[in-house]
Design a protein around this ligand. Structure first.
Ligand code: ADP
Ligand code: MG
Length: 227
């Protein structure tokens, strides 16, 4: 009796919200790739954040660990990206090298659908020289920790003039680790005309302060943990 019948109902009857990715403005190749990856339904944070993110809005998105936040921002930054323009168009700030490596892996999996998108990881604890060589070869996307990204910017190794998407991932952890000032400095090096996406598992006070420094009228999205 509780099974919805799509042919029943009056004028207000709507197609059931199936939370599939097909409702989003994504390329057919990207949709096929998502299916191949086994991503058939959007997770709740993806369903809430992708529509405004794909419209170019700034977001502060909060959902617990393991809820699929990486794909939420990765699909948004990939949709802003022109693969034929070989310049850094997106930058993702992460708290640690391990997390930056995970984000890089996920972006590469999602970017498979597009032609040759180059992602470079820039974290501390790794020799600068190899990173400089990678940057000289060119990149569409850089993923890194705030301190090392700042270092490259100060040395003039990283040109952000073509950047259109800035992502702060695990913002709460970056604040815990004392990265507030570095994040603000890095954000100030980005073009003003850009989209900024902030993702976090929790919403400590520092997040709003951070957002005030460099986000434009951010939409706030919270997906509560299910108990
Ligand atoms: P978070 O950053 O919120 O902690 P992740 O982005 O690391 O979460 O995602 C957790 C896991 O869920 C990953 O293994 C990822 O591949 C998987 N995942 C993400 N989105 C989907 C989806 N729509 N369908 C199935 N699996 C997904
Ligand atoms: Mg994450």
């Amino acid at each position: 009796m509780t099974t919805p019948n799509p042919t029943a109902g009056g004028p207000q009857a709507q197609a059931p919200a199936d939370n599939g990715f097909a409702a989003l403005a994504l390329s057919p190749q990207m949709l096929a790739n998502l299916t191949q990856l086994g991503y058939t339904q959007m997770t709740p944070i993806q369903a809430a954040s992708l529509p405004p993110a794909l419209l170019g809005k700034d977001l502060i998105a909060q959902a617990k660990t393991g809820s699929g936040k990486t794909a939420a921002f990765a699909l948004a930054l990939l949709s802003n990206l022109n693969p034929r323009r070989f310049a850094v168009q997106s930058m993702v700030l992460c708290p640690t090298r391990e997390l930056a490596d995970q984000v890089t892996t996920e972006i590469r999996r999602l970017a498979r659908a597009e032609e040759n998108i180059k992602v470079v990881t820039l974290c501390g604890g790794v020799a600068l020289r190899g990173q400089i060589a990678s940057l000289e070869h060119g990149a569409h996307i850089v993923v890194g920790t705030p301190g090392r990204l700042m270092d490259h910017l100060e040395r003039g190794n990283l040109d952000l003039s073509a950047l259109n998407t800035l992502v702060l991932d695990e913002a709460d952890r970056m604040l815990d680790m004392g990265f507030f000032d570095d994040i603000v400095k890095v954000a100030r090096q980005c073009p003003k005309e850009r989209q900024t996406l902030l993702f976090s598992a929790t919403y400590p006070e520092g997040i709003a302060k951070l957002a005030q420094q460099f986000m434009k009228n951010p939409e706030q999205i919270t997906v509560q943990a299910q108990h």
